[in-house]
Design a protein around this ligand. Sequence first.
Ligand code: GLU
Length: 489
Amino acid sequence: MENVRVRFAPSPTGYLHIGGLRTALYNYLFAKKHGGQFILRIEDTDQTRFVEGAIENLINSLHWAGIDYDEGVIVDDKGHVSQKGDRGPYIQSQRLDIYKKYVDELIENGYAYYCFCNKERLDDLREMQRAEGKIPKYDGLCRGVSLEDAKKRIAAGEEYVVRLKMPKNKNLEFDDLVRGHISINSDDVDDQVLLKSDGYPTYHLAVVVDDHLMGITHIVRGEEWISSTPKHVYLYEAFGWEKPTFVHLPTVLNDQRKKLSKREGDVSVEDFKKSGYLPQGLVNYLALVGWSPADNREIFSLKEMEEVFDFDRVSNAGGIFDRNKLDWVNAHYMKELSGDEIYDLAKPYILEAGLMDEDYYKNHKDWIIFLFQIIQDSVSNLKEIPAAISFAFEDAPDLGEEEKEILKGETVPKLLQALEDKVSSIEDFTFEEAKGLMKAIQKETGIKGKNLYMPTRIVLTGVQHGPELANILYLFGKDKILQRIARFK
Ligand code: GLU
């Protein structure tokens, strides 16, 4: 394959949507697989939607997800936005001169025209067309204004936009690697505004000019842009440029087959991070929303994905975002965390839950790591850790009805007495001691199975299930075990 160059071109809306992360990921994987370059371009030509800090937020989310790029906008160590690469600038609002030059070229060559219609006229026109049951479309009135007149009106200070002059009855065609061959008649396409009255280009002009000048070979983006593509195809033709290959990705949907929306909970990368997902878990799962490898494998590192990823296995139907499946994939990566990793990553969740304060967290590292390790296999994300370890902190856990019933068992008093005696007699409560304790109690009292383990567990933790008993005993140590037994005697 030619030297692959792809780009992710988000508008800085304030956050990175999970669907955007998947688009970035597929671009990244494709570039890596073919030894090409991946570019991050910021499409900020809609000044009405400017959001402070949005670029930094976007880049931080990509960085967190482990998706890096070769050229484009970066945030340095000090948090400053800068750029790298020799085809910049990579922020569209810094390229206004470039767009102006290409718009002028289109006008001179008869592919675009100045339009002076004001908002009122356009609103009336739209309303009239709607009333007639037609799809609203510019009627081409200003096509009739000669270039000479138009220039005079502009010199006199009249406001204008520049529109693309769509040809009549022409098939605009392209091949999409996911959607196949697509052909649309130009009569169904509007005379798109290319340059707005504020001097900014619209998305359509900027995207074509930039993709061409930046040498983009494959345009990989969400399918919501597919209806814009015929306009772009015509622009490539008007400029006399070779068009790139198009790849439109299926939308990431919720289980109602609707676009994931803020109202239903987590949609941005930031949201998922806050909800305790690991970048490797989120990225691995996300890759599978709309794509599947030939062997239906489900757990991949980024590196492994790079090798097998291709667009021929991207589905053309929307991909359903399944939270349970995400949990399952993320749980896999939770299990893989080392003690030090989980200690660092879980800290904000533990502090937020108020289970320990900063000093305690710092001063009990080994104990905390042991605690995490005994519950690590039972949680699917970092946010679940506080609940999973709370048994070790509540001094008087509330018991449920069933638990209370179990503690009324005939052999319970004898069991608790034996436990208390035995634990009191142990000088050095090592892990070996903890491991042998229940066997010793069984031998001594004759109490076994459920009657032995359940009450002990409930007395220690308040609940019937949880980490292995030997681990709990060791974690608690002598004093805490005795303290908890005392409560029930
Ligand atoms: N700026 C567009 C967006 O926000 C990019 C579309 C494209 O990739 O062409 O998604």
